[in-house]
Design a protein. Structure first.
Length: 250
């Protein structure tokens, strides 16, 4: 089976490509560096020719509201049109748990716009809503830093290891489309401010973390369940402690 992974050289993409190749699938790791550009359309028709499955893991280079919306809408339209022309049988996209609950976030509004394009395309699809990755903890801390203080939401989230995400994306790629959404998350919910503080302590970072229920995350305030999966999510096995000790780049 030919599978095209858009964003195939990124964090999740490279791991998904590796897993699929180990399962003897024909996999194209598509990215602008390999001559496949979903914004301009360059190389899309050639890459998707003969493909049964497309996995969209591309992400916007800018999180500014207008730019991120333009990215996901343009990329989504071009990729879906090319997929329809190529006769793709399963379109898979990675999105975010809680995106539909947080319209004040420009990034999450853009992800919802991408999802609508997929639903309206008439290509069989599966949308995977994931929680945040453990690998993002440093970036979350940096985005909320002023001086030596990091002010973060005290709401719960349920981060997952990128290896577990790649395992699930591989399984989805080798399964039939569900024409709906599955949710995935890490082993347990924890308050965002608490886990970031734990991460920084473990890395010897002296910055102080303050938990504030009104602090914004990507432009939106959170409630305790905003970023937590609902009923019956698929749960990754890797705990924060195991990730930090064995997989963390720190």
């Amino acid at each position: 089976m030919k599978i095209v992974v858009i964003g195939g050289t990124g964090l999740i993409g490279s791991k998904t490509v590796e897993r699929l190749r180990k399962k003897d699938q024909e996999v194209i790791a598509a990215s602008p560096n390999s001559g496949v550009n979903t914004i301009t359309g360059e190389g899309l028709a050639e890459a998707l020719s003969g493909a049964q499955v497309v996995i969209d893991l591309a992400n916007s280079p800018s999180f500014e509201d207008k730019s991120v919306l333009e990215f996901f809408e343009t990329s989504g339209r071009n990729l879906l049109a090319a997929g329809k022309n190529a006769g793709v049988k399963h379109h898979i996209a990675l999105s975010v748990v809680g995106a539909e609950r947080l319209p004040d976030s420009g990034y999450l509004r853009a992800k919802m716009a991408q999802e609508k394009l997929i639903r309206d395309s008439r290509i069989p699809y599966t949308i995977v809503h994931s929680t945040q990755f453990f690998e993002f903890l440093g970036g979350i801390a940096q985005s909320a830093t002023v001086g030596n203080t990091i002010t973060l939401p005290s709401a719960f989230f349920q981060p997952i290891a990128s290896d577990d995400v790649a395992d699930i994306m591989t399984d989805v790629a080798l399964s039939a489309p569900i024409n709906g959404v599955i949710e995935i998350g890490g082993p347990e919910p924890v308050r965002m401010s608490d886990l970031v503080a734990q991460f920084l302590k473990a890395t010897g970072d002296p910055r102080n973390v303050v938990g504030d229920p009104r602090a914004k995350y990507f432009g939106t305030e959170l409630e305790d369940r905003s970023l937590v999966p609902g009923a019956n999510p698929r749960i990754g096995a890797t705990s924060f402690e195991h990730w930090f000790n064995y997989a963390s780049p720190c």
